[in-house]
Design a protein around this ligand. Structure first.
Ligand code: HEC
Length: 137
């Protein structure tokens, strides 16, 4: 009986720690994404993705809010669209739009001295998308 109980206790501990690790990983990714957002997007899209950040004053177009992407897309966060849009793979409505093509300019505020390899950037973009998904209304 005893070994059986011990095994059971061990199993539930393993399950519990797996659960808590999973959720703190999610939080870490969202936090990391928030740092990328703050440096690369907030000036235009607002500190919390509400649109019209401080740099809007210098632009002809007001950068839209990014927290309402899900609401504007029938309640579904358009992850693929955002991901492609940010790296300039989608045609813009206005070719003169000030929205940067981040595949061309890179994350220059996160890495002012360069030095981020492709794998790092991929993680940064994935974290950024997790953050954007987390701030949807
Ligand atoms: C220099 C200002 C500027 C910066 C910096 C900027 N954007 Fe934009 N963004 C715009 C403008 C202006 C538009 C609207 C015009 C357009 O669609 O091109 C836009 C549009 C978008 C859209 C499309 C929104 C929609 O509802 O169709 C997404 C998604 C987006 N930006 C994401 C980002 C992300 C993520 C970052 C940071 C990595 C970022 N932008 C940085 C100015 C900016």
């Amino acid at each position: 009986m005893r070994p059986h109980l011990a095994a059971l206790a061990g199993l539930s501990c393993a399950l519990l720690s797996a659960c808590s690790e999973g959720s703190s990983d999610d939080t870490d990714r969202v936090r990391a994404g928030q740092r990328v957002y703050a440096k690369e997007c907030a000036a235009c899209h607002g500190a919390q993705g509400e649109g019209g950040g401080p740099m809007s004053l210098h632009l002809d177009v007001v950068p839209p809010d990014l927290a309402g992407l899900k609401q504007r897309n029938d309640g579904y966060f358009p992850r693929e669209f955002v991901s492609r849009f940010v790296v300039g793979q989608l045609a813009k409505d206005d070719p003169a739009s000030p929205m940067p093509d981040f595949s061309a300019v890179g994350l220059r505020h996160v890495y002012p001295n360069g030095g981020a390899d492709g794998e790092v950037l991929e993680t940064d973009f994935a974290n950024l998308l997790d953050y954007l998904e987390a701030i949807q209304w």
